[in-house]
Write a protein that binds this ligand. Structure first.
Ligand SMILES: [Cu+2]
Length: 159
């Protein structure tokens, strides 16, 4: 039995043993929480280069990022700007990234709703900026979650 499972079972027993005193339950959950997050969160890396712009568009031609493919230098940032046809967001694919890179890229979002996933934008003019400072050379595929099935995707290449 894994420790996690044991801890869960143990706390269920503890709850039962309390005989319905609901006050002890939240305290135990709070105490157990830090054990899950062992690694410290990465600090956002400051942009030292150029901030590029990618438009998020939905119109009669379809849903797309413009440009969809962009090459940036280490230290640059990309500002994704809502132009039309939302809602749009920017979500990077984390499956091919190492844990360290994933953590840094996640920390480099100006606004997020989930890991590697920006806030949802609803109105023209809204934007999210993703810094590529502290991110190693490589290809970083991203997409718009609501329009993934409509092929609203792109790739940032860091030189
Ligand atoms: Cu979209």
């Amino acid at each position: 039995m894994s420790f996690k499972k044991f801890a869960l079972v143990a706390s269920v027993f503890a709850l039962a043993a309390c005989g319905g005193s609901s006050e002890s339950a939240p305290a135990e959950e709070t105490a157990a929480a830090p054990a899950v997050e062992t690694a410290p969160a990465a600090a956002p890396a400051a942009v030292t280069g150029t901030t590029h712009e990618i438009k998020m568009i939905g119109d009669e031609k379809g849903y797309r990022f413009e440009p969809a493919n962009l090459t940036v230098k280490a230290g640059d940032a990309v500002k994704y700007v809502f132009v039309s046809g939302g809602p749009h967001n920017v979500a990077f694919e984390g499956t091919t990234l190492s844990a360290d890179v994933k953590k840094q890229l996640d920390a480099n979002f100006s606004a997020k709703m989930a890991e590697l996933s920006s806030n949802m934008m609803l109105n023209a003019g809204e934007s999210v900026t993703v810094s590529f400072a502290g991110i190693p050379a490589g290809k970083y595929p991203f997409n718009c979650t609501p329009h993934l099935a409509m092929n609203m995707k792109g790739v940032i290449t860091v030189e």
